[in-house]
Design a protein around this ligand. Structure first.
Ligand code: URA
Length: 250
């Protein structure tokens, strides 16, 4: 199995983040620094460590959905000591990581797992998994501004279009929008709205692929039901064959 894939499956980080950790020289294989994500490792025999902590494949996968409150970071550790979503998971022995991220001031549906293959596919734009956000704006959304957004806006040198953008309500101070995207670059929804003249005051994710936030209380989390895990796997075509072969691909 490739080293980056092993680290993702071991729940150390997403596949993309695992590559960065490897390039940073934080990973050793049998005592030697391994700075090449593509090298083959033996997941059963090699001593693989990250920051000198042994990494191992999970005995069992775990899938958690959380209603993330505002004010929590989606990182494992914050050097500044700010609150992270992992503080809300206290008592969880597994090394879970977040499937993508929500900004500190955003709230709503957040998935956490130690299943690297599923997390990779859920976050990679190729698999087209849609995420739905309810967005509060500080300016009133006019049909002209929503038209601009739907046609696509320039964000950090890229032309980006939402899969859908609709006005749900408007009052004196601003509007409430429903925005659907299937890629997820940093601050994507906020930057898209800003580029269309609609600065964001509130951002809530209410759906991730087949999974809805529903009535999960803010700050609470629960394990996914088997059917919900299967629906996520189906959404990205991750069956047993794909799991067996994914370890060998780039
Ligand atoms: N887009 C954003 O701007 N922020 C998020 O947290 C998620 C999507």
């Amino acid at each position: 199995m490739r080293l980056d894939k092993f680290l993702a499956n071991a729940g150390v980080a997403s596949r993309r983040a695992a590559k960065a950790i490897i390039h940073d020289g934080r990973v050793t294989v049998n005592g030697d620094i391994a700075d090449e994500p593509g090298i083959a490792v033996n997941e059963h025999g090699d001593d693989i460590r990250v920051d000198d902590e042994p990494a191992a494949l999970p005995d069992a996968y775990r899938y958690v959905v959380m209603n993330k409150p505002r004010g929590y970071l989606c990182t494992a550790h914050d050097p500044g000591g700010r609150k992270t979503v992992f503080d809300l998971l206290e008592g969880s022995p597994e090394r879970l990581f977040t499937v993508g991220r929500l900004d500190r001031d955003a709230d709503g549906l957040l998935l956490l797992t130690n299943d690297g293959a599923l997390a990779h596919r859920l976050t990679h734009p190729t698999y087209g998994v849609q995420k739905i956000y309810i967005v509060g704006t500080r300016e009133r959304a006019t049909e002209r501004k929503i038209g601009l957004l739907r046609a696509g806006v320039e964000v950090e040198g890229r032309h980006v279009t939402p899969d859908a953008a609709d006005i749900l309500a408007t009052d004196r101070d601003g509007s409430r929008l429903r925005i659907v995207i299937h890629d997820g670059r940093k601050h994507q929804v906020k930057l898209m709205c800003l580029a269309a003249g609609l600065p964001v005051s509130r951002l809530q994710r209410v759906r991730y692929g087949p999974l809805e936030l529903s009535d999960l209380p803010r700050g609470q989390h629960r394990d996914l039901l088997d059917d919900e895990v299967r629906a996520l796997e189906d959404a990205v075509g991750l069956d047993a064959d794909a799991r067996a072969s994914v370890g060998e691909s780039a």
